[in-house]
Design a protein. Structure first.
Lengths: 335, 810
């Protein structure tokens, strides 16, 4: 009977939405609340109910009757107004909207992420995209013959310069400039020498983070990432660390988040594992601190690299990375 | 890298009830990422051993036979086209439900009962290629079925069980073990599992080599001692090249290697067991059995055993005899000395080469092999000895009569010394964020076979040789070893407690952020992101020269080989593309450009005396519309005026001549050019029959940042009323509004505001004339103005305009 009553209410609401004149309204009123109306019929059934159910359902039926009555009254007031008094135009025409501009989806997501970090006292910094071998590699403990250089396919320019392969190029630049303690993020454009397809592009966006202070620990890294990612995704996020190797951190980790689509039960997004690989991170390598003129016996810190482009694609369910730099307004006007 | 569970069971017993999935997860959480799990038996489900009992000709097809096959519990009728079919043959029967590859090609398909040319067939007598066993059973022709008669097998048994192809293989991503040379062999993987599960690991067993003769007078001379850390070799005779035994074949199959013969297979087997690559030479081909290790000279070439002639990079590490090269050290052997079917004497090399030397040659040649992949990780020189001993042990076991027939050569120039690392307990606890029991730390390190001494709050740790080549070198490495086995999940998250420090305000990022929002939401511009590679088609159209652009050495395509010097080429390209969909739009971009010819402020290294090219942040926009030139231009001008208020910079605009513009203005502040705006020459756009107007603007964001004026103060609201009047004048068409305006303001400081609201050109007012109507606002700061006072001012304005511009009142 609960179901019947609620269904009745929903049906009435739907019918009232399209009522234009009082004649139709009167018919509806009769259909529901009349002497042989639907509600009246249901109310009659109350007396046949089991004694213990009677009081509760009786009350529910009366409440709904009252609600329906007031809905009808309200509609009556609107309908009974002399039509179009003082209005000589068609109010159902679409509203006139002013032309709107749109921010790029990467800008939108970057703003959200920046805001979350700013609240924890992280500054936002920018730096060169055309970079030297030194800051992109050597200062990050990746010397000339290191195989890690090979795994980051690089666009080379003249004079051993290059297009930065990651936003980590700013780690040492920022430490040189600001020293320790330091807390900052560096969002921006990075490049990899690779051919493009729906899921790879030679150009994408990252957001590097660096925190250096006294006594910074792995426990801190996990906690900060957990809070920040919860803020970014606007929901409580579970994270896990597992070993990952990057020459500029020690220990190094891959950070996974519990799949937000299935809640960790396994689905196609997380390839049935319950976890999604989100970002590499780790405790800043003492060599990197030294390059930044920071004394590793006094300070420690953590660094992480969030894939902004990947986050944007996850958030808006974009299945072709190339759309982001297509400049196609049919795409951009959706944001 | 494949981890074979059957293989590692030689040295340890995995915990009871441990599933492959759990093992993969534990390995991922403590060591390296597991890609996938492969169950060998899974692909052989519903495939059993059968015996062919009866063969009759297919009534409808010449090349097919109808067989009765005993599969243990029943006898099946199967249509088959195998050319080698014979009665009594043991075969692999794929029953209905089995997964097979038709003729060894394409995807796996599930077998169903079928009618083949009118005769029912309940399954298939499989060829090796059809059930994925072609590496183990190479066949002469496509039409040959797999003949299992040589094996002693029970009819009806599952094939995977019968052939012991029931391994579980854990596929580990190669990239994630680049830093772990010890994990490139099964024994190293077993050691890791033993540490994770706290189980015993058997020591690695091998027999010492006992030379029985000196028939092979083997000699080794290492010339390039900087790149060859250790070279071991031994000669063996009385070898008979044959197929390998089944246990060896199936072990190689499990890790994805194709069996070849009983010598090559042993070298591969030991490489997969220990991670140490070996090479076997045919001793006949080595002049006087004297081996040299030396660098290649410029211009030399060498034919590797894949038959390819390769140009050698200068200094590439080579193995040679007195006359010729015989191997590309650590990468691939030579065709001239490879094992042949009639080889009877061999020399086995087990060496340790410098990682970077092998890596460089391998990269220069574009030749990567299982061997080079291992050497470039920096292998433990101790392995060379273990591997040589193991290989000789197995070869002698497989070749009755084979003996070691030379001295065991061992030339060592290893740079590695025993590595001792001191780590304070305090450091470990600090990095964890909470105290870890001393016993736990010690226990983990011992399980990983580190030598551990603990005294006075400090661990003195000896790194095992297989971790000491590059992987473990500092205290932080020890922290990682303890933490990964302890389990990162067991560390309780704690937010840091830090001292607050003064906020540093980065005007660039906050201004960029606000500006983007302003342009999108207040000025209706849509933000686009474009590549850093400039559109080469638009470069000359805008009067730019490619020579002034920074060139990418290894561009993905010729069209994407120059870096943006201006944002406009790409923006205009995007505008062109969007013309297909929209008649009117406004787009902007805020991004860096790259200036080859001027020095920036970012230094290239810590010498701080050399600088990267300047890469200023630029802001540019394009508005495309199908309106008059006047409307298009005024729209861009209006935006520039709004931005002037937005930035609060009192800049001026000055008309300039640009070859690609129909009309252009430069934006200047104190003689400094900030940017320009205008409308483009419409010939630059191929817009079809309907002409488009393209207005553009660009500003140097970097320069703007220096002059943004954030000091705004409010002006007191007017105390006395404004008096409004309108006026309409007719002037010659060449008279500019700007001049009229300044003439009017000159009349009196009481004139506070002027605003044109109507412009008319037409016969009614005479040829070459223009009428302009405008609102005037008068106001005094001290009193209410009287009407006659205004009348006088109006008269004065008219008379001045008449004098100056021959204006008439309309």
């Amino acid at each position: 009977m609960d179901k019947k009553l609620n269904e009745l209410k929903a049906r009435l609401q739907a019918e009232l939405r399209s009522v234009q004149d009082s004649e139709v309204l009167a018919q509806i009123k009769n259909k529901y609340l009349g002497r042989k109306g639907e509600l009246t019929n249901i109310l009659k059934e109350v007396k046949n109910l089991a004694a213990e159910e009677k009081p509760r359902l009786g009350k529910l039926a009366n409440d709904i009757k009252f609600e329906l009555q007031s809905l009808l009254d309200k509609t009556e007031k609107i309908v009974s107004k002399p039509s179009g008094a003082g209005v000589d135009f068609d109010p159902t025409m679409p509203g006139s909207r002013r032309e709107e501009g749109h921010l790029h989806p990467i800008t939108l997501v970057q703003r959200d992420v920046e805001e979350a970090f700013a609240q924890l006292g992280f500054g936002i910094y920018d730096g060169p995209q055309l970079e030297s071998e030194f800051y992109n590699f050597s200062a990050l403990n990746i010397p000339a013959d290191h195989p890690a250089r090979e795994t980051q396919d690089t666009f080379w320019l003249e004079n051993h310069n290059l297009l930065r392969t990651h936003t980590s190029n700013l780690q040492v630049r920022m430490l040189e400039k600001y020293g320790a303690p330091f807390r900052g993020i560096f969002p921006g454009r990075v490049f990899r020498y690779e051919s493009t397809d729906a899921s790879h592009d030679h150009t994408f966006y990252q957001l590097e983070g660096l925190m250096v202070d006294k006594d910074i620990s792995m426990a801190n890294l996990i906690a900060v990432m957990k809070s920040l990612l919860s803020a970014v995704f606007r929901t409580k996020v579970d994270v896990r660390l597992r070993p990952g190797f990057f020459p500029f951190v020690e220990p190094g980790f891959e950070l996974d988040i519990k799949c937000l689509v299935c809640g960790g039960n396994g689905c196609s997004v997380c390839k049935q594992s319950g976890w999604v690989e989100l970002m590499p991170c780790g405790m800043v390598h003492p060599e990197v601190l030294k390059f930044g003129n920071v004394d590793p016996s006094v300070y420690s810190g953590f660094a992480f690299g969030l894939g902004l482009t990947r986050l944007v694609m996850m958030k808006y369910k974009i299945d072709d990375i190339r759309l982001l730099e297509s400049g196609d307004l049919r795409f951009l006007r959706q944001f | 890298m494949y981890l074979s569970l059957n293989w590692v069971k030689k040295w340890l017993k995995l915990p009871n009830g441990l599933s492959a999935e759990q093992l993969a997860l534990d390995f991922t959480m403590s060591t390296v990422e597991v890609e996938k799990i492969i169950q060998q038996a899974k692909n052989l489900e519903n495939i059993v051993v059968g015996r062919v009992e009866e063969i009759t000709k297919h009534p409808q097809a010449d090349k097919l036979e109808v067989c009765r096959v005993d599969v243990g519990d029943s006898s099946l009728q199967i249509v088959c086209g195998g050319t080698n079919l014979s009665k009594g043959m043991l075969v692999a029967v794929a029953k209905v439900g089995a997964k097979v590859k038709w003729h060894g090609e394409g995807e796996l398909v599930v077998l169903t009962k079928a009618k083949i040319r009118g005769v029912e067939s309940y399954g298939m007598i499989a060829a090796a290629s059809e059930i994925g066993l072609v590496d183990l059973f190479p066949s002469q022709s496509d039409h040959e079925i797999l003949d299992l008669s040589a094996f002693n097998l029970k009819v009806g048994q599952n094939l995977s069980q019968a052939l012991e192809l029931d391994d579980t293989i854990i596929d580990i991503e190669n990239k994630s073990i680049n830093h772990r040379p010890d994990l490139w062999g099964q024994y190293g993987l077993a050691r890791e599992l033993a540490a994770i599960y706290k189980i015993n690991l058997k020591p690695y067993s091998r027999l010492p080599i006992k030379p029985q003769s000196k028939d092979l007078a083997l000699k080794v001379t290492v010339e390039d001692t900087a790149n060859c850390y250790r070279y071991m070799a031994v000669g063996l005779k009385n070898i008979k090249i044959e197929d390998s035994p089944w246990w060896l074949k199936k072990s190689l199959e499990a890790v994805g290697i194709r069996p070849i013969n009983n010598i090559v297979d042993v070298t591969n087997y030991v490489m997969y067991e220990l991670g140490q690559p070996l090479h076997a030479f045919d001793a006949r081909q080595i002049d006087r059995q004297h081996i040299f290790v030396k660098g290649a000279k410029k211009g030399e070439s060498f034919v590797t055993l894949d038959g390819k002639k390769r140009k050698l990079p200068e200094g590439a590490l080579m193995i040679s005899d007195q006359n010729k090269y015989i191997a590309l050290a650590g990468i691939m052997g030579g065709q001239n000395s490879e094992i042949a079917s009639d080889t009877s004497q061999i020399i086995i090399e087990s060496a340790n080469f410098k990682a970077s030397s092998i890596r460089r040659t391998s990269m220069d040649l574009g030749l990567r092999t299982e061997s080079s992949a291992r050497f470039e990780k920096a292998l433990d020189p101790v392995l060379a000895e273990l591997a040589l001993q193991k290989a000789v042990e197995i070869i002698i076991a497989l070749n009755p009569g084979a003996i070691a027939a030379s001295e065991v050569i061992d030339v060592s120039h290893s740079p590695y010394i025993v590595k001792i690392i001191e780590v304070s307990e305090a450091l470990i606890n600090q990095r964890f964020g909470s105290p870890i029991p001393t016993k736990e730390i010690k226990d983990i390190l011992k399980r990983l076979q580190f030598g551990v001494n603990h005294r006075a709050g400090k661990f003195v740790i000896q790194v095992p040789s297989w971790r000491a080549t590059k992987d473990i070198s500092i205290a932080e490495d020890i922290v990682e070893e303890v933490a990964r086995i302890y389990g990162y999940d067991n560390i309780a998250p704690t937010l840091p407690t830090v001292v607050l420090h003064e906020p540093s305000y980065d005007i660039a990022s906050s201004t960029a952020r606000d500006l983007r929002t302003y342009l999108a939401y207040a000025q209706s511009y849509t933000e686009v992101y474009t590549y850093a590679f400039t559109d080469v088609g638009w470069v000359p159209k805008l009067g730019l020269k490619l020579a002034d652009h920074i060139k990418v050495k290894n561009a993905v395509s010729p069209e994407q080989s120059y870096m943006n010097l201006s944002l406009l080429p790409n923006l205009l390209k995007k505008a062109e593309e969007n013309m297909r969909w929209y008649d009117h739009f406004k787009i902007f971009e805020l991004q860096r450009v790259f200036d080859k010819n001027s020095k920036g402020t970012y230094h290239i290294d810590q010498q701080k005396n050399k600088f990267l090219p300047r890469q200023p942040m630029m802001l540019a926009g394009v508005e495309l519309s199908r309106v008059s030139g006047e409307e298009a231009f005024l729209s861009a001008k209006g935006l520039i005026e709004s931005l002037r208020d937005y930035f609060n910079i009192d800049w001026q605009s000055e008309k300039i001549d640009l070859p690609y513009a129909a009309l252009a203005y430069q934006i200047k502040y104190q003689d400094l050019a900030l940017g320009e705006f205008g409308i483009l020459d419409s010939k630059l756009f191929d817009s079809g029959p309907n002409k488009v107007m393209v207005a553009w603007w660009q500003l140097s964001f970097e320069t703007l940042l220096k002059y943004i004026n954030e000091n705004k103060s409010y002006s007191a609201l007017a105390k006395f009323p404004v008096i409004k009047r309108d006026m309409s004048i007719i002037v010659g068409q060449s008279v500019a509004w700007q001049d009229i305006e300044s003439e009017i303001y000159k009349v009196s400081p009481l004139i506070k505001h002027l605003e044109p609201f109507d412009v008319f050109i037409g016969e009614a007012i005479g040829h070459g004339k223009r009428s302009i109507a405008y609102h005037l606002e008068f106001r005094s700061e001290e009193r209410t103005l009287a009407s006659d006072e205004i009348d006088d001012l109006m008269k004065k304005i008219i008379s001045n305009l008449q004098k100056k511009f021959k204006a008439d009142l309309r």
